[in-house]
Design a protein around this ligand. Structure first.
Ligand code: SF4
Length: 400
């Protein structure tokens, strides 16, 4: 970019957020808590020449430790929390006669809604994204349990997603000016940081997550990264909430297609019965769904939106092959479904550490404490487009 012109050595180009992470790692007063997204373990190997869809969870954990991190945890844990909150919220709203509720874990979708369709905002779940739920729990519950001064904690996220950077900087995700998530690295930045420190992912022995109070994840949390995954995870927990027993045939294959907008009818049982779900990925199809809802033409009950085609497994931060886009995305997705299959527990509400978090700290889903830490609000940000030079000139002369 421009810095090439002013800085022929490229030194200015090196200034990115990896520097801030390195500063934290070298500061003895700082306790670094790392999280990485569900999609990273299936997309990151390609940065180091491994085949698409290789599960490198254990190597990513080792790589973060090799950098000198204090605590390595998983965004999947927070995905389970999101399901506890969002599942409760959707059922509650449904019970009150509200329909057409949208999921809220994709910040690019939130930005799109805030800027282009502010009237849709009341239909959005207020549950924060997994990244932000992780951040607020890592700065409150975790230090309390571990007896660490929360002011020393710095949360670093590794995400497949560029929109997560902007999300982490928003005012509603700060307490007294301090961010819940201090730095977000994209996959590419993380790869650059490892190369710079001479860490070769391929040669690392896999290791396991630290487990203090925010550990473990369900298969439901793992599939968050693919289109349809959040809804499938929510269905598993909502079904349990309605019926007091687990959904048989846990894999909701009706939700697992790949078309831009899909719909499926799922029986939640009990007083609720059948609900109609929509799964949208890529923002193109979302417009039509949103406009239908606003015009009263939609009969969907719950709508999942992921801005990237394929969902986070193919988010903007990943390596992307133009030629092999779909085969690669599908391989990553297959691995996620495999992780789900191999999980000790496959529903978010069965994650023992999530249960403990509620018992010890939050009380119950959708409680007052949950609202403070795990829910948010949205802001209409519709911008007036400046059509002509005359408009701009009028604005300038009026403001002087
Ligand atoms: Fe980010 Fe894309 Fe995932 Fe949305 S779908 S959270 S923009 S990676």
């Amino acid at each position: 970019g421009q810095c090439v012109l002013v800085c022929p050595t490229g030194a200015l180009g090196e200034k990115d957020e990896t520097e801030t992470v390195v500063d934290y790692l070298y500061d003895p007063d700082v306790v670094t808590v790392f999280q990485f997204a569900p999609a990273i373990r299936v997309g990151f190997g390609e940065e180091f020449g491994l085949p698409a869809g290789t599960n490198v969870e254990g190597q990513v954990i080792s790589a973060i430790r090799a950098l000198g991190a204090d605590i390595v945890l998983d965004t999947n844990f927070a995905a389970d929390i999101v399901i506890m909150e969002e599942g409760t919220e959707l059922l509650k709203a449904y019970g009150e006669g509200k329909r057409q509720l949208f999921t809220s874990c994709c910040p690019a979708w939130i930005n799109f809604a805030e800027k282009h369709y502010p009237e849709i905002l009341p239909h959005l779940s207020s549950t924060r994204s997994p990244q932000q739920c992780f951040g607020s729990i890592a700065k409150t519950y975790l230090p309390e349990k571990m007896d660490i001064d929360p002011a020393k904690v710095r949360v670093v996220s590794i995400m497949p997603c560029i929109a997560k950077k902007d999300e982490a900087g928003r005012a509603m995700y700060k307490k007294d000016g301090v961010r819940d998530v201090d730095v977000v690295l994209t996959i590419r930045e993380f790869a650059r940081l490892l190369r710079r420190e001479g860490i070769d992912l391929k040669s690392l022995e896999p290791s396991t997550f630290d487990n203090p109070y925010m550990g473990g994840y369900s298969g439901a949390g793992a599939i968050f990264a693919t289109t349809g995954g959040v809804m499938e995870a929510a269905v598993r927990t909502m079904y349990y909430a309605v019926n007091g027993e687990e959904l048989e045939g846990i894999e909701v294959t009706a939700l697992r297609g790949f078309e831009g907008v899909r719909s499926a009818v799922v029986d939640l049982g009990g007083d609720i019965g059948e609900v109609k779900l929509a799964l949208c990925h890529g923002l193109k199809g979302v417009r039509a769904v949103v406009e239908d809802v606003l015009a009263g033409r939609s009969d969907f009950d719950f709508i999942e939106v992921m801005a990237c085609p394929g969902g986070c497994v193919d988010g903007g931060g990943h390596l992307r092959s133009k030629k092999a886009y779909l085969p690669h995305a599908l391989k990553r997705r297959e691995t996620l479904y495999e992780i789900d299959k191999q999980s000790n527990y496959r529903q978010s509400h069965n994650n023992p550490m999530v249960q403990k978090l509620y018992d010890d700290y939050l009380g119950r889903p959708y409680s007052e404490k949950s609202h403070e830490l795990l829910h948010t609000h949205y802001i209409a940000r519709q911008q007036r487009l400046k059509q002509t030079i005359r408009d701009i000139w009028n604005d300038i002369t009026m403001s002087t």
